[in-house]
Design a protein around this ligand. Structure first.
Ligand code: ARG
Length: 478
């Protein structure tokens, strides 16, 4: 294996050590970013008069050639180098000769790998935000179609009060909206460049790091060299934000899985988004939301994994840090795939409105709180009203009646505080339309929520499209 550090060693590396320390099979995913970083570094070295203009041109041409080889899947050769950084540098020297040996001046793989990883992170944040906005738009769109669809709202998975399906769907959109905000906040911290600090202490060359940051699309630099090469807190934040995204998707999936059971029968899955059983011919299973729920395990695991890698690392760089990458790649892949599939799953999902309606209508006590509120309007203190309605519910359960169907004389048995006229007006429709206080389930509130979500999407979409990412050299797909 070719190395970038052989000089001081008398013996060749043991093959097990080579195998054990090797990272090229996964860090080659950073190859485009590595080329980007190297081009910017050569430009910075030239500006500092460390490299001649002519050599700069040759090195950049060589790097671009390697970039092309990467695109054509002709590079890297996995067995010849330990990581992507040495592979690219080695290839450069084999392409352009001795001139290429200047590339690593004033740079270490420590600031180099951090730079590659920050470039990856910025693109990853951008891409997840983009998918989240699409998911939110889909939820808002379905919510507006279901602004008046009545379904049971649950606490403890027991029917509690009627809610609108639009309200339900919008609640998930708001949760994902906070995930978007979190990623936006995080972006500001991911937008500082570590490059130009060397191995840990800075360099002896007058590298214009601020200018280098601009070259690579960063808005500023990481100020302290020890900090720049050794922390991964921003990546932990990313894993934590992704864990929350997956947690939200997982809860949504759980609802969908329940709703898809014959017992609920609230939704119908498109055949293209369901799977069958190898043994039971009749089965149509919700494997997509089940896997989204199941994949939370690895996403949470990655967060804990990186936290554990970082715990107790002395400053500054340690090889432990090489273990950071797979957590990030895996969580990024898992969450983006979950979002991609859920967006499509939702588009084809059908709601069984009549089944939802039936479930609310058949319930004997779902309007109990509304009856208690009626009593309060007639000046009965709430705690007393609660007690009275509790007795009414006991009666309803014994005589198998819905509370809203009680006759005038039946109501009279429990209270004389409300007129039957008022009581009679209470039904499922009035119940949801009454929930007008801001944040409640009334269709007018759902409209307001959709308006807010639409505004949020517009505003954030603008921001997402604008953020400076290192796309100049074509590193858009990760
Ligand atoms: N492959 C290494 C990593 O991912 C690159 C840095 C190696 N630096 C070193 N001092 N050995 O972190």
């Amino acid at each position: 294996m070719n190395k970038v550090w052989g000089g001081r060693f008398k013996k060749p590396t043991n093959p097990w050590v080579e195998k054990f320390t090797h990272s090229l099979n996964y860090d080659q995913r950073l190859s485009k970013m590595d080329i980007l970083g190297s081009i910017a570094h050569v430009q910075t070295l030239t500006q500092a008069k460390v490299i001649s203009r002519l050599d700069e041109k040759k090195i950049i041409r060589g790097l671009k050639k390697i970039q092309k080889l990467i695109q054509e899947n002709k590079f890297p050769d996995k067995n010849r180098y330990e990581d992507i950084h040495s592979a690219i540098e080695g290839k450069l020297v084999s392409l352009i000769g001795k001139i290429g040996k200047q590339l690593h001046t004033g740079r270490s793989r420590n600031d180099q790998v951090a730079t590659d990883f920050y470039l990856f992170l910025k693109l990853a944040i951008h891409n997840i935000m983009d998918l989240l906005l699409k998911m939110i738009a889909e939820l808002a769109n379905r919510a507006s179609k279901e602004r008046e669809t009545i379904m049971p709202g649950y606490t403890h998975l027991q029917r509690a009060m009627p809610v609108t399906l639009g309200h339900y769907l919008a609640s998930y959109a708001f949760m994902l909206g906070r995930d978007v905000e979190r990623l936006k906040d995080l972006y500001a911290r991911a937008d500082r460049l570590p490059l130009g600090v060397g191995a840990l202490a800075g360099t002896n060359f007058p590298l214009d790091r601020a200018r280098e940051a601009v070259r690579l699309g960063f808005s500023s630099i990481i100020e302290n060299s020890l900090d720049a090469v050794s922390d991964r807190d921003v990546f932990i934040e990313f894993l934590s934000s992704l864990s929350l995204v997956q947690m939200h998707l997982s809860r949504m999936s759980e609802d969908l899985i329940l709703w898809n059971s014959t017992e609920f029968n609230f939704i119908q899955l498109d055949d293209a988004f369901a799977t069958g059983s190898s043994l039971m011919p009749q089965k149509k299973n919700p494997d997509v939301p089940e896997l989204v729920r199941g994949k939370s395990g690895r996403v949470y695991g990655n967060l804990l994994g990186l936290l554990t890698v970082m715990k107790g690392l002395p400053l500054s760089y340690n090889r432990d840090l090489q273990e950071d990458k797979e957590f990030i790649f895996d969580s990024y892949d898992t969450v983006s795939m979950s979002l991609e599939v859920m967006i499509r799953f939702f588009k084809t999902l059908r709601f069984n409105r009549s089944k939802m309606q039936e479930a609310v209508e058949s319930d004997r006590g779902i309007l109990a709180t509304d009856v208690a509120d009626l009593l309060v309007q007639s000046r009965v203190p709430f705690r007393e009203a609660h007690e009275i309605v509790g007795k009414m519910i006991q009666y309803c359960l014994i005589y198998d009646k819905r509370i809203q169907d009680l006759s005038a004389s039946e109501v009279q048995k429990f209270t004389t505080s409300i007129t039957f006229e008022k009581f009679k007006k209470l039904n499922l429709r009035t119940s949801i339309h009454q929930k007008k206080s801001i944040g409640g389930t009334a269709p007018s509130n759902v409209d307001r929520q959709i308006q807010q979500l639409t505004l949020f999407i517009q505003k954030t979409r603008k921001w997402v499209n604008q953020i400076k990412i290192g796309t100049k050299y074509g590193a858009t797909s990760i």
